[in-house]
Design a binder for this molecule. Structure first.
Ligand SMILES: Cc1ncc(COP(=O)(O)O)c(C=O)c1O
Length: 438
């Protein structure tokens, strides 16, 4: 066997051992999973939550802590993939939801909160108009659809490795279940090739959509020059620029676009802005959004029974105006920057092929020494070490995404960051021989 083969066999053995211990620790989660498979395909209704041998069943949460069915406690460093910024059962959110329930839900009419919430979202993110949906997927579906109608063009530029929702997955180029638009697939952060592609499709290109930092794709930031080029080129060819800030809007008071100084034509939102309830929104230029104005004879319809549901409107308004204020956003992201730098210093001190990418309160681990500037770079990282890291973190009471993503929620403080740093240090020490072969 070559040195690489030997090392891979050692990683496989460590992984098998870690999974065996996981199975032993979690009999109730296994039983729940087996039961669920009888009525849900693979026991699952949300693909990202599945991992082998079976996912943990989470029984409850409080603040930044979670407990699984078998009673183990975790620090919640996943924060519901950015949607859980307020932690579990924040008293202000809870009071807002209670107030809404006291006044009745599902009126089949406009309520008194939706326009106040819309005002808060528009002011915060510099939008002229906004409309609400039930998910980020729906927000992107509507933003793309209106973008095609507004421009009278058909093609939609997306980026390999990008993700914009259940029917907009572009890892590995695309997915059979994607919404059937005419896509032009470009390479994230490749300025010259993307510019050429925009020029090539200039007259048919309706829009370019991207995250200013790929979140689910591995917390890979778009280079500022890349975003600037996209803004200039889309303007030049008459296409729209849509920034998907479903995740990244949390990274600064006005979203990542504010930091980068790039003004898109439309922005899409989701996750935490609904205060932990189902949420999505899209908005931006009035001349585009006003195509939905129902007072117009040619108005585009935009339906959705729960678009203005009072639980989301109330929780969202309270969250954005009373809890995640601009100061709170700056503080949380400063905490995240410090944590990422601290974890990277630990990796460097051990000369490990391991790094944490990201901005502010969103970070992701990659098992490579090379810079990670694109999904292709991320794919070159060692995926087995990442899986081992996941199981080792769970064993140490750290809850994270199976793909290696962490996000900070507001209740996370110094003590929790210390716990994560110690867990990573322990991983670096106990897995030194596996890491150092890389
Ligand atoms: C960047 C991005 N856009 C859109 C979505 C879809 O949002 P939802 O899951 O609410 O449909 C997600 C969800 O993870 C996302 O990360």
């Amino acid at each position: 066997m070559s040195e690489t083969e030997l090392r891979n066999a050692d990683i496989d053995a460590a992984l098998a051992e870690a999974k065996e211990a996981y199975v032993k620790r979690n009999p109730k989660s296994l039983a729940r999973f087996v039961e669920a498979t009888a009525v849900m395909p693979g026991g699952n209704t949300r693909t990202v939550l599945h991992y082998a041998p079976f996912p943990l069943g989470i029984a409850r949460g409080e603040g930044c802590r979670l407990w699984d069915l078998d009673g183990a406690e975790y620090i919640d460093f996943l924060g519901e993939y950015t949607a859980g910024i307020y932690g579990h059962s924040h008293p202000v959110i809870r009071a807002a939801v209670d107030r809404a329930l006291d006044a009745g839900v599902n009126f089949g009419g406009t309520n008194l909160i939706e326009a106040r919430f819309a005002r808060a979202v528009c002011d915060r993110f510099g939008l002229e108009r906004v409309r609400f949906t039930n998910s980020g997927t729906e927000a992107n579906l509507l933003a793309i659809s209106v973008g095609r109608i507004f421009t009278g063009r058909s093609k939609v530029m997306v980026f390999n490795g990008g993700y914009h929702g259940a029917v907009f997955g572009f890892a590995g180029g695309g997915s059979p279940i994607n919404a059937p638009f005419e896509y032009v697939l470009a390479a994230y952060n490749d300025i010259a090739a993307t510019r050429a592609l925009i020029e090539q499709h200039a007259s048919d290109l309706a829009l370019v959509i991207l995250e200013p930092m790929m979140g689910g794709g591995g917390c890979i930031a778009a280079a500022p020059e890349f975003l600037t080029m996209l803004r200039e080129q889309t303007t030049k060819v008459g296409a729209l620029l849509i920034l998907d800030e479903v995740m990244t809007s949390r990274l600064a008071p006005g979203g990542l676009q504010q930091v980068r100084g790039v003004k898109p034509d439309l922005t899409t939102f989701g996750k935490y802005i609904g205060g932990g309830m189902s949420f999505g929104a899209f908005g931006g230029r009035a001349d585009i959004m006003d195509l939905f104005d129902p007072r117009r004879p040619d108005a585009l319809p935009h339906a959705g029974t729960f678009n203005n549901n009072v639980l989301t409107m109330s929780a969202g308004l309270a969250g954005l105006t009373e809890i995640y204020t601009p100061d709170a956003a700056r503080a949380l992201n400063a905490r995240g920057d410090a944590l990422r730098e601290r974890l990277n210093a630990l990796c460097r001190a051990q000369n490990a092929p391991m790094q944490f990418t990201g901005i502010g309160s969103m970070l992701a681990v990659h098992f490579t020494r090379h810079p990670v500037r694109s999904p292709a770079d991320a794919a070159k990282g060692d995926q087995k070490l990442k899986e081992l890291f996941f199981f080792d973190m769970l064993a140490q009471g750290i809850w994270l995404a199976r793909r290696g993503m962490f996000t900070l929620c507001l209740p996370i403080g110094d003590a929790e960051c210390d716990r994560l740093a110690s867990a990573v240090e322990e991983f670096l020490a106990s897995r030194r021989s596996l890491l150092n072969g890389g």
